[in-house]
Structures are given as C-alpha cells and as structure tokens.
Design a protein around this ligand. Structure first.
Ligand SMILES: Cc1cc2nc3c(=O)[nH]c(=O)nc-3n(C[C@H](O)[C@H](O)[C@H](O)COP(=O)(O)OP(=O)(O)OC[C@H]3O[C@@H](n4cnc5c(N)ncnc54)[C@H](O)[C@@H]3O)c2cc1C
Length: 499
C-alpha cells in the first residue's frame, strides 16, 4: 500500500484527524499490522495531545472499576451490579497488554513517563453509603479482577491510607473505604506524544500540526476527499484517503455530520465542561498517595464523581480535586462558542429536544455547578479534606466532554455517557463520539474499530498473528479465565514497572 497521485489527487491509505490518544493508538496499531500503510495525521492545534488527552484536561485514572462507584450501581433489590465493572477492568487489562508490548519491542521506552502505580480508593460517609460500599466490595472480590480489594470502617486504618481525608473529620461520622493497591495514574498526554514520536519514525507517516480539517466528502470511487486548512498560511489543500478515522475528540461530531454517512444521522452532542482545584502547597501534596473517589451528587452526570487525586504530571507529583462540572457550548476546550448551535440539524433536533426535556435533574445540576462560588467549591473539597484552606488551592480548567445524544427506538433521544464508534457500512470511515471511560479503553476500542473497518485484513493469518503478539490474550476473555488473567496482570505489571 502506497501513496498515489500528487496535489489534490494524492491518495493515502489512512487519514487520522486529530492527534489525541485515540488517533495515536490507532496509527501505531495499524502500522504494526501493516507496515507499508501510508498515514497522514492532521491536528488543528500547534501541539500534540492538547485537548482531552492532555494530563491537566483529564483525571488520569487508569479506569479499572476499582474505585469508580458509578460502574457498580445498586439495583432495586439492594444487590450491587458488577457487570460493567468487570467489562471496564478487562478493557484496561487489554490496554496494559498493548503498552507492555510496545515497551518490550522498544517502540516505547520508560513506562514511568506515562503510567505509575497509585492506590485506587472509594470513600463514603453516612449509614446508607457505608452499607452500599460494603456490599460492593463483597460483590467485587468474588471476581478475580478485584482480588485483594480491602474494605474498612475502622477510622484508624482509613487514616493510615488517607490521612488528609480523615484529619479534622467529625469523630461520630460513619465512614468506610476500600483500598486497591494496584490502581494506576496514567499521563495520557505523555503516552500520546510517545506514540506519535514512534509513528513519525516509521516510513510513510506524515503529521501536520496547525492543520484544521474542514470537510470530508465521498469520492465517486468510494474514497474520501479531505479538505484541510493550513492555519500557518491560510491555504486550503485537498487529498484523498481510502480510510478516515475521525479522532477529533469533541470535534468529531461536526466532521462526522459533514461526511453525510447515513449512520451519522440523529446523533447530537451535549457538552459538559469541567474545573479542578489544584493544590499549590507541596507539604500537602506529599501527604496524599491515592485516587479517592466518592459518590456522585443527585442529578450529576456519572463522570462528575468528585475525587481527590494524586497525579504524576510530567515527572511532578500533584494533588487535584474535582472535576466540578459546568456547561459551555464549546465542543473542544479550544473550540468555538458556536459549536453546539452549528451541530443542530434537522435529523437531530428531535433527539436534542427530547434530551433537554428528559434530563431536567442534569440540567439543574449543571446550572448549580456553574453558579458555584469559590466558597461552595471549597465546601465540596472539605467533604473530602476537612482541613482544606482556600489559599492552598487554585482553580484550573479541565477538558471538555461531549456526551452522545442519539435517537432511540421511538425517534426521541437519549443521552449516553459512554463511547460510541460510528462507522459507515463499508467501513471506510469511522468516528469516535463520547468520552467515557475514555482514554483507558483506547486500546480495546481501537481493536474493535479495526475489526469493523478492516474486516478482510483482520481475517488473514498475518494480522491474526500480529494481534496475538500485540495482545497475547487476544480472542480469549480474561474475565472468564482467572489463570490467564493473573499471568497477564503479573507480566504487564512487571514490564510497565507497576510492582
Ligand atoms: C474532565 C475529564 C476527565 C477525564 N478523565 C479521564 C480519566 O480519568 N481516565 C480516562 O481514561 N479518560 C478520562 N477522560 C476521557 C479522555 O480524556 C478522553 O476519552 C480521551 O482523551 C479522548 O481522546 P481523543 O484522542 O479521542 O480526543 P482528544 O485528546 O481531545 O484529541 C482530539 C484532537 O483532535 C483535534 N481536532 C479536533 N477537531 C479537529 C479538526 N477539525 N481538524 C484537525 N484536528 C482536530 C483536537 O485539537 C485534539 O487534539 C476524561 C475527560 C475529561 C474531559
């Protein structure tokens, strides 16, 4: 597979739109599977991974469902449902397998630059929540993914794990916590940059920063004409692609709409912005060593669960609290205030209106978050760190998430908090919408995408073999194979320096 033609007749095998974790993962994977592929990457900003994949724009949690309570809902009969938790834990194991492969092959070096071991904890207060957390730990520890998860209601023990959370707390308050030693903090920005650096060294890969993809249209021969504006010169250029991945994060929906594929009809986006409090006092930062997730407030979107997090950002330890959700009509942090309005089309107006009508608690919650004063934000932090003082914390802006709105069977609309891969029937274009569980699942999501879009190639022995080399558990469920799961986790932990 090679480039053919020149100028606007140039045809490449693959165009990746956006230089975030998703495009970077897909690019590296495709190049491993088929080294002679030609790939063009276009990024509208002048740096790689400056939107959601940037470390300060996301929470850096390697989502394994160890601490995130929204993955384990309590059912009406009182039991705790763990299906989603198992799926997410399995997906993260797959991501670690791929990253370990890249380290072993020397394609990435220094795993510490992007992944570190940080215990994952859940912390709750109040009779009802304590009861829920206990049931959750009991349900989870029956599955091998969650072996070793500790539970405690003992304040002295919890204080040993998280002194900042316990100091100054009402001694009569009923609290409980779970502790999972093998949690991770991931710097998805460093990982994206390392993946793109690796790609750049391969022949047949070209990356253009400051290049904004403006249009995608299907050619008569089934390939795609991509129109790109060079923001340095203001010039537009066109090229053709046999396969397009719209990995534009929040910017994916408008580009997908431009492609005109029938599969894009009815999708809309609901942007949720975010803010963190970032600790500026190194004495406090060093007293906390965990990601501590709590329970979401009523009406809040599931990804707005507050957490007090140890982070490793570019080699420096940090402490962040949040995210505080908010509302902005931008689809990207560096996007336009018109993004939401421009995305409204005849084919998605009904789903958008239905979501507005049916999600009043969410709307109310977002309005209340936007109206928060600094004192309100400090009070929310004090739920997790009672001794917190305003002067030790600065407010910072997190990334923008665009939640997926889609038509449901009755042609009204539903709001989804997961990720949606939208692919044309012939598999020649695919876009990733939504943001959760996000970057942690970039590897299994891109594998699925490859299986859908490169069906013929995936069936070949060469690709099957390569998949098994990249992901040794490929084709086997780690969730149902304890021995393989233990062996895989032990191996990837060693290679990634997590033990
Ligand atoms: C507040 C917050 C917390 C999060 N926490 C976590 C977490 O703890 N763990 C986790 O796993 N995930 C988390 N996520 C989700 C995760 O950050 C995203 O799923 C992931 O980074 C998305 O990667 P991406 O490559 O799709 O998008 P991005 O990283 O946003 O990259 C898209 C790129 O496309 C570019 N682009 C857009 N439009 C165009 C265009 N027209 N032409 C050219 N380029 C374009 C953008 O500039 C950008 O660089 C969080 C997200 C947010 C916002």
């Amino acid at each position: 597979m090679t480039n053919s033609g020149t100028g606007s007749n140039l045809t490449v095998d693959v165009v990746l739109i956006g230089a975030g974790i998703m495009s970077a993962t897909l690019g590296v994977m495709l190049k491993e599977l088929q080294p002679d592929l030609t790939i063009e990457i276009f990024e509208r900003l002048d740096v790689i991974a400056a939107e959601s994949s940037a470390p300060m724009n996301n929470a850096g949690t390697g989502h394994s469902a160890f601490c995130e309570l929204n993955y384990t809902p309590q059912l009406p009969d009182g039991t705790v449902e763990i299906k989603k938790a198992i799926k997410i834990a399995e997906q993260f194991e797959t991501s670690k397998e791929f990253w370990a492969y890249l380290i072993e092959q020397g394609l990435l070096n220094n795993p510490q630059s992007f992944i570190r071991k940080v215990p994952h904890m859940s912390f709750v207060w109040g009779e009802e929540n304590v009861e829920y957390l206990k049931k959750r730990q009991q349900a989870l520890t029956k599955h091998h993914f969650f072996k070793g998860m500790e539970y405690s209601e003992d304040k002295a023990q919890i204080k040993k794990w998280i002194p900042l959370v316990m100091e100054g707390r009402d001694p009569d308050e009923k609290v409980s916590a779970t502790f999972m030693d093998i949690g991770t903090d991931v710097n998805f920005g460093s990982l994206t940059s390392a993946l793109i650096d690796e790609l750049k060294q391969k022949g047949g890969v070209n990356i253009s920063l400051n290049h904004d993809v403006r249009d995608i249209k299907r050619n008569a021969d089934g390939t795609w004409k991509i129109t790109v504006k060079d923001k340095n010169t203001g010039n537009k250029r066109k090229l053709n692609a046999k396969f397009v991945f719209v990995g534009a994060g929040g910017g994916a929906l408008p580009l997908l709409q431009k492609s005109g594929i029938p599969e894009s009809k009815g999708f809309g986006g609901f942007p949720v912005s975010g803010q963190w409090l970032v600790c500026n006092n190194p004495d406090i930062v060093k007293q906390h060593e965990a990601k501590v997730y709590g329970k979401a407030s009523v009406g809040s979107p599931p990804m707005s669960v507050p957490h007090l997090d140890t982070r490793m950002i570019d080699g420096k330890r940090a402490l962040l609290f949040g995210p505080y959700a908010g509302f902005s009509t931008r689809f990207l942090k560096k996007g336009s205030l018109l993004d939401l309005f421009s995305s409204i089309k005849l084919n998605n107006i009904l789903p958008l209106l239905a979501v507005g009508r049916d999600n009043w608690p969410l709307t109310k919650y977002l309005i209340s978050q936007v109206m928060q004063s600094p004192a309100d934000r400090l009070n929310a932090l004090k739920d997790y760190m009672p001794t917190a003082k305003a002067g030790d914390w600065d407010l910072d802006i997190a990334g923008q998430r665009v939640q997926v709105i889609k038509k449901d069977a009755k042609h009204t609309g539903v709001l989804e908090f997961g990720t949606e891969v939208v692919t044309s029937a012939d598999g020649s274009i695919s876009a990733l919408l939504g943001a959760s569980p996000g970057a942690s699942t970039s590897v299994p999501i891109m594998i699925q995408l490859i299986e859908r879009c490169f069906k013929k190639h995936v069936k070949t022995e060469a690709w099957q073999q390569k998949f098994r080399q990249m992901i040794p558990s490929y084709g086997v469920s780690l969730a149902s194979n304890e021995a393989l799961s233990d062996e895989t986790r032990a191996r990837t932990s060693k290679v990634l320096g997590l033990i």
